[in-house]
Design a binder for this molecule. Sequence first.
Ligand SMILES: Nc1ncnc2c1ncn2[C@@H]1O[C@H](COP(=O)(O)OP(=O)(O)OP(=O)(O)O)[C@@H](O)[C@H]1O
Length: 406
Amino acid sequence: MDHHEEVTDDFQGIKVWWTSIKKDPQTKSFSFYPELDERRFFKLTVHRRYRDIIIKSYIDHVIKEGKATAVKNRQRKLYTNNASKDWHGWRGTKWSHVVFEHPATFNSLAMATKLKEQIKNDLIKFTKGKDYYAKIGKAWKRGYLLYGPPGTGKSTMIAAMANFLNYDVYDLELTTVKDNSELRKLLIETTSKSIIVIEDIDCSLDLTGQRKPKKEKDDDEKDENKDPVSKKKKELEEEASKSSKVTLSGLLNFIDGIWSACSGERIVVFTTNYVEKLDPALIRRGRMDRHIEMSYCCFEAFKVLAKNYLDIDSHELFVKIEKLLEEVKMTPADVAENLMPKSVDEDEETCLKNLIAALEEEKLKAEQEEKEKEQDSNKKDEKDKEANGVSVKEIKENGFTENGKV
Ligand SMILES: Nc1ncnc2c1ncn2[C@@H]1O[C@H](COP(=O)(O)OP(=O)(O)OP(=O)(O)O)[C@@H](O)[C@H]1O
């Protein structure tokens, strides 16, 4: 508002006037220091009969709305962790940041509408859950595991979540974190209303929870029984490696522990291309509350991409595309790539035809691969038959065992 500008507001049917007032500093003195800034304030005018209600309720309402608007308008940040050698010194920090400006939203995210709505509702419920988490005595945090092949939109989903909630994003690169103590220091510095992202956990962490296969364990036990010196040495080595590594179980325990002691809400998102590699005990619900599969492009997801890239809701070629998408596995990233106009004069029909051509090529490739696999398996069967008189196929089909028919 400019100097002396006036605006009116309405609160429960009561009209109030706000006026902006500026006052220059009264005394002017010579000083090496810059002069005090002018004083600015707002005057609130209301009829005397509403004085109580305005003081009791309206001022609170204005402060609350002001805070919400400030959060909405604040510039959000994308943080990445620095290596610990850069933490010290006069410019040393644990996290570096840039302005977070990813344009992804849930509207532009290509995935099944029902799942999208479920995720949005889950996020809304979480943000309103302060009292609930306090009541059950748990940290106000929620963990999501996003899994699926590359190019299915895991990173895009994280950006959409951050934009939906107006949260900052901390992209935690675990390969630069030396040990659990560094991890703890990094996590403690994250702020409330943020999403902590750990991408490709299968690549950056010991996922076994430090369990060993049974055979290896038995061998170790035998060695240790034999020689007390090597036993002690092994114990020391194990101790050292435990404290110098970040493990998924360690990470999850920290997250539970640290954030129970910190105020504010946080979301943790893990992504992986290989969910089957993760130890089920470590990704059980409660640790990672929601497991979301980001899958190949379905027709519903395609329609979102067609709207994003070509600004169309329907076209006669959609029928053919729907059928092909049921038969061919193509990621939303690849669908988007094929759909995107290659030059300014490519119209939507050409773009849709480009996609159809790519899908048909994929279909042919898949069929060819299937054929080759079958031929290989037949060849192997023939070899087995030559060598053993019976093939694996026959064993399966007729119930033969190595000793004869069962
Ligand atoms: N579901 C989707 N909705 C909209 N765009 C998508 C989607 N999936 C992929 N894309 C497009 O493909 C690009 C790559 O996708 P993204 O990086 O989100 O995939 P990812 O699953 O995180 O891959 P990776 O596992 O390799 O990290 C995005 O920049 C986006 O343009």
